[in-house]
Design a protein around this ligand. Structure first.
Ligand SMILES: Cc1ncc(COP(=O)(O)O)c(C=O)c1O
Length: 488
């Protein structure tokens, strides 16, 4: 028996997939929750370990000291925007009225939470030039998948099912082609030109009646702005395709330009990057998905609507692709993101991006004194260096530099990405670091390059000061050992 959308407090309630795989309704089965659980996971009796509180506190404190995070030190992981996560955001997300609100609370009793979602959504629209956002997706990659499902449905309804190709530049993050492939599209990889950009003439050679979507990151993953983005968007649109903006690098452009104005039809944000949300905090991250006017009806459900001064979750959107995750969003992250947004305001966010760009260029010029920087021009929020020449001269690779940085108290930059730069180090300092921190990191990197010339073995053995030394990366990736073992 289906329960009306307004009666979502009955218990136990579970998702039920309706026709066409749309998970739009909740049903009461009138059976105990146990009856939905597989036999193998049911327990009648669970022996608890016999530990004192002090044992437990020491255990977790020790564990917390074995890891490295932004609260411990500089974390220039390119494309990840590891900036300071203001603690006031956590305090607000922890406010009892937010933290204890059950997702099935009726709309009448959750007006404040719905208003928070609505205001974040509206703010994103104005900041990024989109008509609407869904706060549903739990990560950038999930938003990519949802966006491509929207594109697929949009073309199916227009009778253009022959559109089965997604164009992705060779600097794109791996999730772009992976999302396209998962959605059943064929991926066309586009070679970047000598300046690390997509050439609109090149795009014109691949677009056609089979083009569904072109996925672009701007600034791209080399940290370079695609200044001919309008020509690229025109070429794709003239062929009848859609433009998707991968917003992983949105920290470079807030208040200075907007994806909507560049001609994008769909986009995602990674609030765990641009909006100071802890990466992975409270489970998954948060990847809001924005769309232009012609695609609003396809957004995942539910969507928060405002009626006068009231708010409600709208499940009744017939063209929607349906929900893409459980419940309505990673709500604690929605609170954190709105807190950050309001704390800075439009002017503050513009400055955020300008300082992110300034810091990256300051470091780029300093690093170029001792390491190749293959694109020696003004970058945006990040830049790439290459250890190719160093490797030829000394045998020391980007990987060894990364490990040696750990010994000097820094998190390593992203390495071996983007793939088109050999022995790549991709450095993103963010706007929240001081000049002293940037100088300290540059000095450590300079010291490593000098050590490569005098004592390369020291770098090949690194790291020696961390809890875990040099690991076999390939084996760790292919045969991960995820079992818990008691501390020795
Ligand atoms: C350029 C780019 N696109 C997409 C993603 C995927 O985002 P998420 O990790 O939120 O799934 C990333 C993640 O690092 C990225 O750097």
């Amino acid at each position: 028996m289906s329960a009306p959308a307004s009666d979502r407090t009955a218990s136990p309630l579970i998702f039920e997939l309706g026709q066409e795989g749309r998970a739009t309704q909740y049903v009461e089965h009138g059976k105990p929750l146990r009856s939905f659980m597989p036999e193998g996971v049911l327990r009648d009796d669970l022996p608890l370990p016999d530990n004192t509180e002090l044992d437990v506190v020491r255990h977790y404190t020790r564990l917390s000291q074995r890891t490295f995070g932004i609260d411990v030190g500089f974390y220039p992981l390119g494309s990840c925007t590891m900036k300071h996560n203001p603690k006031v955001n956590d305090a607000l997300a922890g406010v009892r009225e937010f933290a204890e609100l059950h997702p099935f609370t009726p709309d009448d009793l959750s007006q404040g939470a719905l208003q928070v979602m609505y205001e974040l959504e509206r703010s994103f629209c104005s900041l990024f030039g989109m008509a609407a956002f869904s706060l549903n997706p739990a990560a950038g990659a999930q938003a990519e998948l949802a966006a491509l499902l929207i594109a697929k449905k949009y073309f199916r309804e227009r009778g253009e099912t022959q559109r089965d190709k997604v164009i992705v530049p060779d600097t794109a993050h791996g999730t772009n082609p992976a999302s396209a492939a998962m959605c059943g599209f064929k991926v066309i990889s586009l070679k970047s030109d000598a300046r690390g950009r997509v050439d609109p003439a090149e795009i014109r050679t691949v677009v056609g009646p089979d083009t569904a979507v072109c996925m672009m990151t701007n600034p791209n993953t080399l940290g370079l702005f695609e200044e001919r983005i309008h020509e690229i968007a025109d070429a794709v649109h003239e062929a009848g395709g859609l433009m998707y903006y991968d917003g992983a690098n949105a920290n470079a452009l807030m208040g200075n330009t907007r994806p909507g104005d560049m001609g994008f039809d769909l986009m995602h944000l990674n609030t765990h990057k641009t909006f100071t949300i802890p990466h992975g905090g409270g489970g998954a991250g948060h990847g809001p998905l924005g769309v232009a006017g012609h695609l609003v009806e396809y957004l995942p459900t539910p969507y928060v609507v405002r009626e006068g001064d009231r708010f409600r979750l709208d499940f009744d959107r017939p063209k929607s692709i349906g929900p893409v995750r459980s419940f309505w969003s990673n709500f604690a992250h929605v609170v954190r993101a709105l807190a950050y947004l309001y704390a800075n305001g439009a002017e503050g966010l513009t400055k955020v991006s300008q300082y992110a760009v300034l810091n990256a260029n300051y470091m780029r010029v300093k690093v170029a004194e001792f390491l190749e920087t293959p694109y020696p021009e003004i970058c945006r929020h990040e830049f790439v260096a290459s250890a190719q020449q160093l490797k030829k001269e000394t045998g020391v690779r980007a990987l060894d530099i990364a490990k040696a940085l750990l010994d000097r108290g820094y998190m390593a930059p992203t390495i071996y990405f983007p793939l088109i730069v050999p022995e790549c180090l991709m450095i993103e300092p963010t706007e929240t670091e001081s000049k002293e921190t940037l100088d300290g990191f540059v000095a450590a990197l300079r010291d490593i390059i000098e050590t490569a010339k005098t004592n390369p073995q020291e770098l090949l053995d690194a790291p020696v000061t961390t809890v875990v030394g040099r690991v076999d990366e390939t084996r760790a990736a292919r045969q991960p050992d995820l079992r818990w073992r008691p501390p020795r």
